[in-house]
Design a protein around this ligand. Structure first.
Ligand SMILES: CC(C)(COP(=O)(O)OP(=O)(O)OC[C@H]1O[C@@H](n2cnc3c(N)ncnc32)[C@H](O)[C@@H]1OP(=O)(O)O)[C@@H](O)C(=O)NCCC(=O)NCCS
Length: 181
């Protein structure tokens, strides 16, 4: 998939070194709930076990061909309905503040509703994650509620999950904005 500035494609094993350079940063994974990668070998294993799953995409800058992060749709672990998937995204810190997370997520939402024909897409951020909250509000999600103490992160910190949903009806209302790049 493509957007104006980005290419989204499945991860390949050869991306491990670039992935490690971004994912070793404590400020990236920790805000999404996962620990920093410790080696290129670990990044390679994560490509083989996690990023190889359906609808997980590496994000590349068209201009330089650099890996800048990842975006994807995963099962929503808080819902039993398989027609709802959960949006996730992260961007390497040096690439923050350029609108890339929002641009990539818009494309994945269009894919989710137009091609996968999902009934809804959920998204969740830790209550302390203002940057992610900002992305979610630009995408047009509807706030559902906050599950207090829903997550216990890898480092033992307990966090509140702030939950949002975009159902088909909401998608129809915001889709012109999503198509606009
Ligand atoms: C959450 C995260 C993806 C947000 O990244 P980001 O770069 O701040 O997000 P965006 O893509 O929305 O870009 C933000 C800013 O880029 C700026 N920007 C610069 N050039 C831009 C352009 N051409 N188009 C759009 N925005 C642009 C905007 O001002 C925007 O800020 P604003 O909405 O306040 O105006 C990033 O902080 C991250 O990876 N964090 C760690 C992992 C994580 O938290 N993942 C989410 C788990 S829920």
């Amino acid at each position: 998939m493509e957007t104006k500035r980005l290419v989204l494609r499945p991860f390949q094993i050869e991306d491990a070194k670039q992935l490690y350079e971004l994912a070793k940063d404590i400020n990236v994974g920790t805000n999404a709930g996962w620990p920093p990668h410790k080696s290129v070998e670990e990044s390679r294993k994560i490509i083989e076990t996690v990023f190889c799953q359906d609808d997980q995409y590496a994000i590349f800058l068209k201009e330089t061909n650099e890996l800048i992060g990842a975006v994807g749709l995963s099962p929503d672990t808080k819902r039993l309905n398989p027609c709802i998937k959960s949006l996730g995204y992260w961007i390497g810190q040096k690439f923050w503040g350029n609108g890339y997370a929002t641009e990539a997520s818009k494309r994945v939402l269009i894919y989710a509703f137009e091609e996968k024909k999902l009934n809804g897409v959920s998204v969740v951020h830790f209550s302390i994650n203002e940057k992610s909250k900002n992305v979610i509000s630009k995408l047009g999600f509807v706030y559902e509620g906050t599950l207090r103490y829903a997550s216990r992160r890898y480092d033992g910190v307990e966090l509140d999950d702030v939950e949002y949903l975009m159902d088909k009806e909401r998608y129809e209302k915001v889709k012109d904005d999503l198509w606009r790049e």
